[in-house]
Design a protein around this ligand. Structure first.
Ligand SMILES: Nc1ncnc2c1ncn2[C@@H]1O[C@H](COP(=O)(O)OP(=O)(O)OP(=O)(O)O)[C@@H](O)[C@H]1O
Length: 263
């Protein structure tokens, strides 16, 4: 496929004697929503950590090809540089600056796109002030898109759980990514919050043109949202395909879905 924006080849990660990822291939095309599923301990979060620079994989390649840019191998880049290349992520456990406002949390995400250096920040010339205003405006726009604009000045810790999760997504969007990776975005959400999240993810793809790769245990959500699904089990990729193919794949049913296949 020529329109791959992310192409992960033979990703392998050993923790001492434990092989958490075993030669895993995965790709995401432009404008695609892809899910990575598998039982607890299958290696999903490790996979995210390997492609975002948190871990240095034992072997494998991560190649990105955002629109209009030449393909680049990003193995070994530090997480902040991976983000700057256009790959943003959220974490399994909410990681917000809880005692900062909603707007400030998004502005922090946006800062990875600033041009002002230390000198500019100290002297605060017109260019720096203009850039700061742009960051505020851009962050506010993102909060509007996410539906959190009425909370701009509230502390992040005072938001209900579902909205904290949305704020994390807003912060990821503020980095102007071509791909957002969500680690269990629906975890702990009630049914209404999960429905809102489904709409939000679709809107991010349809209106912003951002691709998404998500780890999720909520099979209903995965089947509804994803165009393709990759399945891990004990660090190995055991299947990939459309939701229909995955639902009916006997190897997947045995390893993971079991009775919930039609959930
Ligand atoms: N830093 C680490 N050091 C040692 N072992 C680790 C480390 N991180 C993960 N592992 C192990 O690697 C395997 C894969 O873990 P990982 O967290 O990636 O699974 P997962 O599919 O994300 O699970 P879950 O759905 O429960 O979040 C597990 O056996 C885990 O114990």
């Amino acid at each position: 496929m020529s329109d791959k924006i992310l192409d992960v080849r033979q990703m392998t990660m050993d923790f001492g004697g434990l092989r958490a990822l075993d030669h895993v291939d995965l790709d995401v095309a432009a404008g695609e929503i892809v899910a990575l599923i598998g039982p607890n301990g299958a290696g999903k979060t490790t996979f995210f950590n390997c492609i975002t620079g948190i871990y240095t994989p034992t072997a494998g390649d991560v190649i990105i090809s955002p629109a209009g840019k030449a393909p680049e191998r990003i193995n070994g880049l530090k997480p902040n540089l991976v983000t700057a290349r256009g790959m943003a992520r959220t974490f399994q456990n909410i990681r917000l600056y809880k005692n900062m406002t909603v707007l400030e949390n998004v502005m922090i995400g946006r800062h990875c796109r600033t041009r002002t250096g230390v000198i500019g920040a100290i002297f605060r010339g017109p260019r720096t002030r203009r850039e700061e205003q742009e960051i505020v405006d851009d962050s506010y726009d993102i909060l509007k898109k996410i539906g959190l604009e009425q909370h701009v000045n509230e502390l992040a810790c005072n938001l209900p759980y579902g909205e904290q999760r949305r704020l994390e997504i807003a912060r990821a969007m503020a980095t102007h990514p071509f791909l957002i990776m969500l680690d269990e975005p629906a975890a702990g959400m009630n049914p209404q919050e999960t429905r809102d999240l489904t709409d939000l993810i679709n809107r991010i793809r349809d209106e912003e043109g951002i691709s998404l790769l998500l780890i999720e245990h909520d099979m209903k959500l995965v089947m509804k949202l994803s165009e393709r699904i990759f399945v891990l089990d004990y660090g190995k990729k055991i299947a990939e395909g459309t939701p229909e193919e995955i639902k009916n794949n006997p190897v997947v049913i045995k390893a993971y879905l079991g009775e919930d296949a039609d959930a």
